[in-house]
Design a protein around this ligand. Structure first.
Ligand code: AMP
Length: 640
């Protein structure tokens, strides 16, 4: 890079100066598409990158997944594309087919109002036929993994002579995966006159070298923020796959003791969708976003203040400045693209000197974003587990008890029914507990009181690490994280053994780092790797049994996330929190209510309270105020 690189510091977007997408120089069809997808304001990387790219300058963007970098490069390309020319004008290189497909999807979303625009994903594993016929018909944008792009170049089926825009997405990942040479070959095979944008989460020397060699006077864009969070807010994080977020949220709402909750999502559309899903599950939730009229917004906020409403699903813009004391929880259903809004969001709780809880959902791919937020706020979020079935059932039983206690307090109405029940007991010779149980069935309706234990994971699902084969036939690990619990008990395959490394989830290790370190420093080949399981404090890696001593010697000083990995044969110590260990008592809610209650008939109704931990049933004061403005749980929450 040259000496006139500019580091742009995107400061806290103050309300009046937050740019709009139009302010960045976008117009027409692209703006309409952004409105459709429901983005309200540009993320920091977008605000800094879009005008620079529109100007025609090369860009080196230090940005991770989740920051909105895809739109940062896709929007300026779409804004300038000549749709009448059906030869490839833009090429995006991505390290994996998964990312290539995501980028394609994003392009298609943003190009929804650009008629007759053709975007082609090009990756290994897919037959050449589809790609060849699409290329023959003509495409405007190609998004591909380096290996397959080279294959097409070699075959002469991809013509990049008219290329105007080249994007290297997740450049550091591409290098880590051994694509350096391929990327350079492609770069060399494109016209001299083109705009190059390189995005990378980190800036190792190899990336710096690459930008110096192949980019022309690039502007380096680093999004830095200065932020501070308040100490009275407890910050927790749940790693959860996107598809499980609704389930995770409802589980959390079942076990958390909340007053008012604000749930943040990224788009206007998502506010409505999620509020609707919550209402369908029995929660009183409303959406607020920038499209909702001010009067309506104020009315909704009033309802939240007065307790008529407990849950607000909001975008950043809509919740700006919201000051409601009874908000006990902020849930970042979608983690924000930048640390700045994170700080604004969680500041909606812990008002007026109270304590508050912030819970952030992070998908496995967004871990980098989490690290960035933590680095900026200089605060670690505490990893949390998805509330288990046992915890949920315990909570439902507590609420059920609360409902009984609350009904018993209505002395007059109780006495009106007492004679009716006594009459029934006498005439039908049925124990009172059975009559009470029958009435509970009536009160409960069709929905079961307790959640069923989760089925055993299918064998294929057990080892959650799955291989993702890239287009060069190499295997790459990718974890399908399901809320941070490990359910794997897979034995090593024949000829393989399990090895242990002293680095785990707590150190934010990713499978790719483990493969990279062991392959690069230990001299292992990619084919040597089997399953990788990342536990809280350590990881297990399946490698060939009887690894030679020199592999251990070479790895003696190897560090991942700053920690010595201390690779050794795993001697069988099972992960501390095995799923199976936690299943005890899942179904049999045997609670010893004690004989002094004098329930006749010897019908023991026992719930085993040993498995949930922490929430003592007996010492929960029924109907008591939990303090901090939190109401005792209301029966209407959830479907219990
Ligand atoms: P990326 O970092 O490009 O993978 O984007 C992460 C996520 O943020 C994607 O789900 C995008 O749809 C979303 N996103 C990107 N830009 C914005 C924005 N300006 N407002 C709201 N969501 C956005």
């Amino acid at each position: 890079m040259t000496s006139d690189d500019i580091a742009i510091e995107a400061e806290a977007p103050q309300e009046p100066t937050t740019p709009t997408f139009a302010d960045l120089g976008l117009e027409g069809a692209v703006l309409r598409a952004l409105d459709d997808v429901g983005y309200e304001t540009p993320s920091a990387i977008q605000a800094a990158t879009i005008p620079t790219l529109l100007e025609g300058r090369d860009v080196v963007g230090l940005a991770q997944t989740g920051t909105g970098k895809t739109a940062a490069f896709a929007l300026p390309i779409l804004a300038r594309l000549d749709t009448s020319d059906r030869s490839p004008q833009a090429l995006v290189l991505a390290p994996t087919r998964e990312l290539a497909l995501q980028v394609c999807e994003a392009f298609e979303k943003y190009a929804a109002h650009l008629p007759d625009l053709h975007i082609l994903p090009v990756y290994g594993g897919q037959g050449y036929g589809v790609q060849l016929s699409a290329l023959r018909r003509g495409v405007h944008i190609v998004v591909g993994t380096p290996g397959r792009v080279i294959d097409h170049l070699d075959k002469g089926t991809l013509d990049l002579s008219g290329l105007k825009y080249l994007v290297l997405d997740e450049a550091d990942e591409m290098l880590k995966m051994g694509f350096a040479e391929d990327v350079e070959t492609i770069l060399a095979d494109t016209p001299e006159e083109k705009q190059v944008a390189l995005f990378s989460a980190t800036m190792p020397a190899a990336i710096r070298r690459m930008s110096e060699q192949y980019l022309t006077d690039p502007e380096q864009i680093t999004v830095k923020t200065k932020t501070q969070t308040s100490a009275n807010i407890t910050q927790r994080v749940l790693v959860v796959a996107h598809a499980r977020k609704v389930d995770a949220l409802t589980r959390i709402l079942e076990v958390e003791d909340f007053g008012g909750v604000i749930i943040f999502v990224r788009t206007k559309n998502a506010t409505e969708e999620l509020a609707e899903k919550l209402r369908a599950r029995g929660y009183e939730a409303a959406a607020i976003n920038g499209d909702i009229a001010q009067v309506q917004r104020e009315r909704t906020v009033e309802q939240l203040k007065s307790g008529k409403l407990d849950i607000l699903v909001a975008t950043d813009v809509a919740a700006r400045g919201l000051d409601v004391e009874r908000i006990t929880h902020v849930v970042n259903y979608d983690i924000p693209t930048d640390p700045e809004p994170y700080v604004h969001r969680i500041g909606r709780t812990g008002r007026a000197g109270r304590t508050g809880d912030a819970i952030s959902f992070v998908t496995p791919r967004e871990r980098g974003l989490l690290a960035r937020i933590e680095k900026t706020t200089k605060q670690r979020m505490t990893p949390m587990d998805l509330p288990s079935v046992d915890e949920i059932n315990e909570s439902r039983l507590s609420r059920f008890d609360d409902r009984i206690s609350a009904a018993l307090e209505q002395a007059e109405r109780i006495s009106g029914f007492r004679d009716i029940i006594a009459h029934y007991v006498r005439h039908h010779d049925v124990p009172e507990t059975d009559v009470a149980a029958a009435l509970a069935v009536v009160a409960q309706g069709d929905s079961p009181l307790l959640m069923e234990p989760e089925p055993e994971p299918a064998p294929r699902e057990r080892g959650r690490d799955r291989f993702d084969r890239d287009d060069r036939g190499r295997d790459r690990f990718d974890r399908d994280d399901r809320g941070g619990r490990d359910r794997s008990d897979r034995q090593p395959r024949a000829g393989m053994a399990m090895y242990r490394l002293d680095v785990g989830k707590r150190h934010r290790v990713m499978p790719g780092q483990i493969v990279g370190a062991l392959a690069n420093e230990g001299g292992l080949a990619r084919d040597d790797f089997g399953a990788i399981r990342i536990q809280a404090d350590f990881s297990l890696v399946e490698l060939p049994a009887n690894l030679p001593k020199d592999v251990f010697d070479r790895l003696a000083d190897t560090r991942i996330s700053g920690r010595l990995i201390d690779l050794r044969l795993d001697t069988g110590g099972r992960p501390r929190r095995q799923y199976d260990d936690r299943r005890g008592g899942g179904r049999g809610y045997d609670r010893d209510r004690g004989s002094d209650r004098g329930h006749g008939g010897g019908r023991g109704y026992d719930r085993d309270r040993g498995s949930g931990g922490g929430r003592g049933y007996d010492d929960r004061g029924h109907g008591s105020d939990a303090g901090d403005g939190r109401k005792p749980r209301k029966p209407r929450h959830g479907k219990s």
